[in-house]
Design a protein around this ligand. Sequence first.
Ligand code: PRX
Length: 630
Amino acid sequence: MRYADYHRRSIELPEAFWAEQAGLIDWHRPWDQVLDATRKPFARWFPGGLTNLCHNAIDRHLPWRAEQPALIWESTEVDQSRSYTYAQLHAEVQRMAAVLRRQGVEQGDRVLIYMPMIPEAVFAMLACARLGAIHSVVFGGFAAMSLATRIDDAQPKVVVSSDAGSRAGRVIPYKPLLDEAIARATHKPDTVLMVDRGLQPYEPVVGRDLDYVAACAAVGGTPVACTWVDATHPSYILYTSGTTGRPKGVQRDTGGYAVALAVSMRDIFRAEPGQTYFCTSDIGWVVGHSYIVYGPLLHGMTTLLYEGTPLRPDAGSFWQLVERHRVSVMFSSPTAIRVLKKFDTAFMRNSDLSSLQRLFLAGEPLDEPTAAWIAQALGKPVVDNYWQTETGWPILSIAGGVEELAPKPGSPGVAMAGYDVQILHDSTGEPVAPGEKGVVAIGWPLPPGCMQTVWGDDARFVGTYWSTFPGKQVYSTFDWGVADASGYITILGRTDDVINVAGHRLGTREIEESISSHTAVAEVAVVGAADAIKGQVAMAFVVPRDAGKMADAAACASLEASIMQTVQAQLGALARPARVRFVAMLPKTRSGKLLRRSIQALCEQRDPGDLTTLEEPLALAQIREAIAHQ
Ligand code: PRX
């Protein structure tokens, strides 16, 4: 088939197209309707259909794959590995489901998962899916305040956690952060289920904390059947950053998600059941949800869960895993590859990579030198793909399983099935000509698998994503882009205040709010500045309460350290700014709006743009000076 026909059909006849694809998964009862369009811009896929994600990820493969490894865990952090066949994963997930059920978890209840990259985290996700409970995985790198916000929003009945994670050989305690988060939060979970790895001793909270091993012993081997849920039943909530300081709970459905992932496995990743898939992301991010856990298992593959960095024990760690487990499909981020670039390619050549078909990269812009370097070093095709937490699977890529279109350097590719991608003028909302920059938008309906709404806040979903262009029913990605005449799109960065640090999406407003809570801070602006390895880093410009401090270099250094510590303690190390610089005032317009774009431009040695609205020109000069002295 030609890609153009495939894509055109998915847009012009979405119901026929997706009804065909729905055969890729098992249904307990067929749907009444393919698409419910009665409440635009909401789109409900396959309403009336009954299915279960866990059944599709595990149970239905059992007749053929019971003895095939389903989940392989490798940790270069604690030097351990474990492997579970589909039959064993089935047993483990039922055990976890029995434990959760005993704690009162039922269909629709929320379970928050705050865990390192260990198999029990995957069991917990799948156990929730099995019960029809809604999981919300919070990335382990987030600290107490980020966690507390999410606990209050998701209101989990149970939290599943662990004593500690490990990063680059250092134990990272999780439990104290969780305890602090629960203390801060208004909502209190009934139970905290603790998987004790023996990395960091802790005091259990009596009446609340439950040891996982003891809880398993109590439930024995009780089988837990899959709860059949409507295709539109939420499977999970995953929080992501936007323009405001308050993260949004991206709510995903069940049936549409399973169908979309199955399509992506076949058409984009060109994966075969029985092969091994290695995604280096974290289960705390959307890439981990879709391509460590659900996608590979839905497709009957073996998925590799890796606790470790690309550099431990040495720069060959990824490639040794590829060799050891005969990995066919690999998914990583441009940052992980840039980190490897300073090492000899012998680290790759020394491993047998013959099983590897392709390397997929996503999460941030893939620069051409990095793409060329890794393709050459591996001797394998490298495929860029562009998407968002909101969409759950790629918007742009090359659907090589349909037609092997040639990639174009600098572009993640063309629109994937069901995505009516449009490049619109930012103020008129009209389509711009090829070659012209505009906002990347998607016409209604978003295809299956994309977010259903903001958890508990339909108005915010409509107001945030569907109201950029009044009178038009289009979803805004908040990315700038430019299309060429053949539909290849290049992404040119965010239109909002979201930054991307090492492939991790962060809101500058959240960081600003955290810095503002420091008693010595009067005002702050945080912007993302280009960085050779991480893509972007956060830069903070602070107006101290005591302006006298600014003249004293030692006082500035100590205030900088203390501000960084505040952010680290509240949000996590990930959000800590790379640098904090002190100024007497921030550049603002006469109406008091911060000129972030100008500050960002100065950080990147670019022209700060139109400054006619600037209230106080001196403010920009100060930023310039603060940057020069770093
Ligand atoms: O700005 C785009 C950038 O990352 C954002 C989404 O981040 P997140 O919600 O964490 O989801 C990541 C899923 C892969 C986008 O709005 N982005 C993601 N992939 C690419 C990208 N920018 C350029 N090229 C990409 N391939």
